[in-house]
Design a binder for this molecule. Structure first.
Ligand SMILES: Nc1ncnc2c1ncn2[C@@H]1O[C@H](COP(=O)(O)OP(=O)(O)O)[C@@H](O)[C@H]1O
Ligand SMILES: [Mg+2]
Length: 269
């Protein structure tokens, strides 16, 4: 998806390098999470995949096409829910389907199935402002899935939710991904969330964002049978989970110490 991507921004008279030489692929039906310190270019990467921003050099492809703008093959879920406040839950989920010219019968079938999958029954006629943050984000996720995109792009979709709601949403998203696997690029600053949800985790360094390491989670998940546990806290207690989490924390911290200002003693390896 990304090949030798660099992105710099002009700030006043300075050129600020946000991303440097980032290359990685997202496989078919693979769920890839990106973690990294704030300001390292995560949102910029996602925006480039969405066609809302472009690399200074390098290339961004989805499928075998260079990304040249937004397209129906990709759906984006942002941290702010970005629902239409004047439309009901049903109408929000159906919106993209209507744009694609899908007929009313098919639309209502698809909407009903995602209402059920995301636990929104009874709220079909409610308006976004009548719903909690968690419920609104369910609607946003249902809307993206209903579009049946080739690629789902999510930028900290649970970032604005309280801790408990967040856990519920993580459990639901993982269930949804099992029933309905999608190619997904998921951004988070939560290491736990990344390890819990992703098949692979891309760890970025602080600005300029470069790839620090890419960890294979799927093979550990399969080997250790994470999916047999119903609850997130059970998975998070497993030694294999803790091990991966600690490794990522180390990778993130390492770089912060490298960048410590002169005069502060940094323990060398
Ligand atoms: N449109 C822009 N103009 C100028 N600088 C930008 C713009 N978008 C992002 N940046 C800068 O690029 C860096 C990466 O930003 P961002 O991708 O939002 O990081 P993250 O999502 O990892 O927190 C930051 O230093 C940010 O200030
Ligand atoms: Mg961001």
């Amino acid at each position: 998806m990304f090949t030798n991507v660099k992105r710099s921004f002009r700030r006043r008279d300075q050129e600020v390098l946000a991303l440097d030489d980032v290359s990685f692929e997202v496989g078919e039906k693979e769920f890839v999470a990106i973690v990294g310190p704030s300001g390292c270019g995560k949102t910029t990467l996602l925006r480039m995949a969405a066609g809302l921003d472009f690399p200074t050099s390098g290339s961004v492809r989805v499928g075998d096409r260079e990304v040249s703008g937004p397209g129906p093959d990709r759906a984006v879920v942002f941290q702010q829910f970005a629902l239409f406040p004047w439309k009901t839950v049903e109408e929000n989920i159906a919106f993209g389907l209507r744009c694609r010219g899908i007929d009313a019968d098919a639309r209502s079938r698809i909407v009903a199935s995602y209402v059920e999958l995301m636990g929104l029954q009874g709220y079909e006629r409610a308006y976004p402002q009548q719903l909690s943050g968690g419920m609104q984000q369910r609607v946003a996720i249902a809307r993206s899935y209903a579009l049946d995109p080739d690629v789902l792009l999510m930028d900290e979709p649970f970032g604005a939710l309280d801790a408990q709601t967040r856990v519920v949403m993580q459990e639901e998203l993982i269930k949804l991904c099992r029933v309905n696997p999608r190619t997904a690029l998921f951004i988070t600053h939560s290491v736990e969330e990344a390890v819990y949800l992703a098949d692979r985790v891309v760890v970025l360094t602080r600005r300029p964002g470069r790839i620090r390491e890419i960890l294979d989670i799927a093979s550990v998940r399969r080997r250790e049978g994470w999916d047999t546990y119903e609850r997130i806290e059970e998975v998070m207690d497993l030694e294999s989970f803790v091990h991966l989490r600690t490794r990522i924390w180390r990778l993130l911290r390492e770089r912060q110490e490298d960048a410590a200002p002169a005069g502060i003693a940094v323990k060398s390896a």
